[in-house]
Design a protein around this ligand. Structure first.
Ligand code: ZN
Length: 150
């Protein structure tokens, strides 16, 4: 934190408290060079939330995605590294778009898109579980596409 007066980089925190409904931390600082006191607001890195179909929210839990992937990829040539890449793709999407929350349908869409490029059988297995609440036609489309691709 640069001192606004002398631009010295070191300061000590005199006081800190949350602000803006806990989304930021307000800190009173004192410059170690000139003693000037100033205030900073630092945004708290909020955990990513997922929004479920019924509108309820819960913490993003990568274990839930990994669980679904392990199930879908059983006995398939998909590596743990590829699982991590898929989870990372979801997190990247949230970060790029500065999302604080992401719908489960969007998480599923990203996972399916990635899985489709890696392993078609795992993709259909995952889709069959993930799309169970959506139109049955979606799953049939997915199956037909796999059949068409041989
Ligand atoms: Zn200073």
């Amino acid at each position: 934190m640069l001192c606004p007066k002398c631009h010295h980089v070191e300061s000590k925190v005199i006081d800190s408290r949350t602000a803006h409904n806990d989304s930021a931390i307000r800190r009173r600082r004192e410059c170690l060079a000139c003693g000037h006191r100033f205030t900073t607001y630092e945004v708290v890195e909020a955990p990513l939330m997922v929004v479920k179909k019924d509108g309820s929210r819960e913490d993003f839990d990568k274990e839930k995605i990994l669980g679904g992937l392990r199930h879908a990829c059983r006995k398939r040539p998909v590596s743990v590294g590829q699982f991590d890449d898929i989870v990372q793709a979801v997190l990247n999407k949230a970060e790029q778009e500065h999302l604080r929350e992401i719908p489960t349908t969007e998480v599923g869409r990203i996972v399916m898109e990635k899985l489709k490029a890696i392993d078609q059988v795992a993709y259909v297995r995952f889709a069959s579980v993930y799309l169970q609440f959506q139109a049955v036609g979606d799953f049939e489309d997915a199956l037909n596409k796999v059949r068409d691709n041989g």
